[in-house]
Design a protein around this ligand. Structure first.
Ligand code: PMV
Length: 323
């Protein structure tokens, strides 16, 4: 059977950076995110006896090298679970540029996990799917549950998974992505995670993570947007300080990234309550409440921003079609 699944990207308010187990992708700390309605991957999977090898198409192009290997490795996990040996045809499309700090691996592996397990005849629970997606890309486990999500770090394969804290309609938080760079990043997040330990600030970062998770959960529960935004922004800078001071250093920002950071601070001083966060790429995610989106978009239109993508919180991975 051919299965088509769709999964959103997610933005981490509290980030995952650094692992305690490479193969299982067990993170050093828990993280908190929101699924993004405007950026997603749609993936089709069909297993067939007629195929001699896995066929992987990403955004219409036949994948090769490392990109293909990562998908094939994931399909091996699915075959093992389903006790099958057939090869698969996979076709995956993003509605946004990949490798630019808009978690394409998150939406990609979440959609692949759901489509491939279902095409292999499995029916996994949300927790099982989250665990499986995590092995493709850590942050993918957060694109399985709905709305606002927590990935509990855990210590073992079965205790490290994501669950929903609140449904999408809980709070009208908007993520406005400002695309300032479209080139694929030179250092993938997988490589970046492995370098985190080389930063002299990493230990300090990790020692503060439990409190940060508690604090942001309190801000979410109280719907205290100022508190929430302050934590989100300082968390992003904290992670980038670790990236920048790793060996070799990882600088994902472009000059446009920094100049937009200054704009955001100015806008806030002028009364527009908006905060930024940045993943492993140059693009900014600007976080505001729904009532401020119009004003924020107008401000952005006056700057040199390539494209603006507006997202609200949304459901996690879903099956679209079965044929
Ligand atoms: O899942 P990965 O390996 O793409 O890592 C994601 C890393 C960040 O996007 C920078 C942070 C996060 O928690 O999403």
């Amino acid at each position: 059977m051919k299965i088509t699944a769709k999964a959103p990207a997610n933005i981490a308010f509290i980030k995952y950076w650094g692992k305690k187990d490479e193969t299982l992708r067990l993170p050093m700390n828990s993280s908190i995110s929101m699924n993004l309605s405007g950026v997603y991957t749609t993936t089709e999977v069909e297993f067939s006896d007629n195929l001699e090898s896995d066929q992987v198409r990403l955004d219409g192009k036949l994948a090769e090298g490392k990109e293909r290997e990562r998908v094939v490795k994931f399909l091996e996990l699915v075959r093992k679970l389903a006790k099958i040996n057939t090869r698969a045809e996979v076709s995956s499309k993003n509605n946004f540029p990949k490798g630019t700090g808009i978690a394409s691996s998150a939406s990609g592996f979440a959609a692949l996990a759901l489509a491939s397990t279902s095409a292999a005849g499995l029916s996994l629970s949300e927790k099982e799917l989250s665990i499986l997606s995590r092995k493709g890309s850590g942050s993918a486990c957060r694109s399985i549950p709905d709305g606002f999500v927590e990935w509990k770090a855990g210590d073992t394969n079965y205790t490290s998974y994501a669950h929903s804290l609140y449904q999408s309609d809980y709070w009208d938080i908007v993520d406005v992505i400002a695309i300032v760079g479209r080139k694929s990043k030179k250092v993938s997040s997988t490589e970046g995670h492995a370098k985190a330990y080389s930063s002299p600030f990493y230990k300090t970062r990790i020692s503060g993570m439990k409190k940060k998770v508690r604090d942001i959960k309190a801000a979410l529960s109280d719907k205290n947007f100022t508190k929430f935004g302050e934590i989100v922004e300082s968390e992003a800078l904290n992670m980038h300080a670790v990236m920048m001071t790793s060996e070799p250093s990882l600088i994902y920002w472009y000059p446009e990234t920094l100049s937009l950071i200054h704009e955001v601070k100015d806008w806030r001083r002028d009364g527009l309550e908006v905060y930024f966060t940045i993943d492993a790429g140059p693009n900014l995610h600007l976080i505001c409440l729904g009532k401020e989106v119009y004003k924020l978009k107008n401000k952005l239109k006056k700057l040199e921003v390539d494209e603006i993508i507006v997202s609200r919180a949304c459901d996690g991975a879903r099956i679209l079609y079965k044929k």
